[in-house]
Design a protein around this ligand. Structure first.
Ligand code: ACO
Length: 387
């Protein structure tokens, strides 16, 4: 017998109203709205509301939502103290996963009604940036910067990280990055969140599991790996040889390829343009090197395998965050600042779907290919008889 459906590619496992990808046309839709429209006209807060509640907010709804987010930005001082006891060189994704799970120790875990789940979702979305910024300050030996209630979600995070309010252009760029990363249907981390939620585990537990899934280099971890690759390559004249060498050894180029898009990832298009603009301003080489990585990988893929390959969301976000002076290993945690919105929306959908088919506990089948000694099973030998 052979395993079918390896990696669940193309298998439909649940209904969702949250987002949709048209992999052939390169379109990403949040609750009916094109992502490109949202990046031009919306804000992270408004998009988060849309993803959670299925509609764009009225002014009053947005004001109330913002107020709740702002109020929930603080994390317990005790948690910040505990963070200070961690190794300074610990992986920030491990720290984030642990402290998101730890939130359950400080806040009521009740998760049996929908309103309570929305409150938890808002709390989580508000606190993830504070956890990351607090960690960054602590590991740099700096004072933690408290949230500023007058700032937007995007600006407040940069303020808590750097201790200075960002200029409006930088705030807008970061806000667009947050909108672009907020949801992406049943990607690995979101599916993880839904799977955990399907057991009726609570929001913090499902989200911390999703953070674990996001951390891997084939998923969210790719943006950190892209920047490491760019730094290793170092200059544009070295790109071709570097990429050819890796691909001839069968290694993967981070930031390239996608399980669903068969054309250009629309998020990568927006991020590419933002990275180009920032490079014009900062005169740094990272955009140009990334672009060369893109074209060389496309050419090599065609030559070696006769296949097409395109950049994914992680290719250009790496250089963009680097030019915003964000430490390389925070690229993936920053992904989580935004994607936590999608996780929360999916966790709520998974638990409280009103229409049939209702979600069930996920329980796929495996094909057993292990030891077989006959219908009676293998003979158990005591330790002294084993060789
Ligand atoms: N570099 C080189 N070759 C690649 C790459 C890549 N980045 N991506 C796919 N390929 C090749 C594979 O080696 C494979 O070749 P083969 O058919 O000869 O075995 C072929 O293309 C298809 O690869 P699959 O893994 O089957 O394709 P899939 O669509 O499932 O892969 C994935 C998607 C895992 C994202 C892959 O493209 C990859 O590993 N990319 C690099 C990691 C990365 O950037 N991840 C971030 C994805 S976006 C996100 O999760 C936020």
């Amino acid at each position: 017998m052979e395993t079918k459906n390896i990696g669940l590619r193309g298998i439909e496992v649940a209904d969702t109203k949250i987002s949709h990808i048209d992999g052939e046309k390169g379109k990403l839709i949040y609750r009916g709205y094109d992502i490109l429209d949202l990046t031009e006209n919306s804000t992270f807060e408004e998009t988060a509301y849309l993803l959670l509640y299925d509609n764009l907010p009225t002014q009053q709804q947005l004001d109330e939502f913002n107020a709740k987010l702002v109020e929930a930005r603080y994390i317990p001082k005790q948690m910040q103290k505990n963070m200070g006891n961690w190794r300074k060189d610990a992986d920030p994704m491990d720290m984030l996963q642990a402290f998101v799970a730890a939130l359950a120790g400080y806040y009521d875990e009740e998760f049996s009604n929908k309103d309570a789940s929305y409150d938890k979702a808002i709390s989580l979305i508000a606190k993830v940036p504070t956890i990351i910024a607090s960690w960054q300050r602590l590991r740099d030996g700096l004072e933690i910067v408290d949230p500023d209630p007058t700032l937007s979600h995007a600006a407040n995070f940069l303020y808590m990280m750097f201790g200075e309010k960002p200029d409006p252009e930088v705030e807008k760029i970061f806000d667009v990055c947050l909108i672009l990363h907020a949801d992406h249907t049943f990607n690995a981390s979101t599916f993880t969140a839904r799977q955990v939620a399907s057991t009726r585990a609570h929001m913090f537990s499902a989200s911390s599991a999703a953070i674990g899934a996001l951390s891997g280099e084939l998923h969210g971890g790719a943006n950190t790996e892209v920047m490491k690759m760019l730094l290793e390559i170092g200059s544009i004249d070295k790109v071709e040889d570097w990429i050819k060498d890796k691909m001839s050894k069968g290694e993967r180029i981070m930031g390239m390829g996608h399980a669903v898009y068969k054309t250009y990832d629309p998020r990568a298009q927006v991020l590419k343009e933002l990275s180009r603009k920032l490079a014009d301003k900062t005169k740094e080489p990272w955009y140009a090197i990334t672009e060369k990585v893109e074209t060389t990988t496309i050419e090599e893929m065609k030559k070696q395998k006769g296949k097409d390959i395109y950049p994914n969301v992680d290719l250009y976000s790496a250089s963009l965050y680097y030019m915003l002076k964000i430490p390389v290993d925070l690229n993936t945690p920053i992904f989580a600042i935004s994607r936590v919105v999608g996780w929360a929306a999916h966790i709520i959908e998974e638990k409280f779907a009103e229409a049939a088919p209702k979600p069930a506990l996920y329980r796929p089948k495996a094909v057993y290919v292990g030891k077989y000694c006959g219908p009676e099973g293998c003979e158990y030998k005591t330790l002294d008889l084993r060789k």
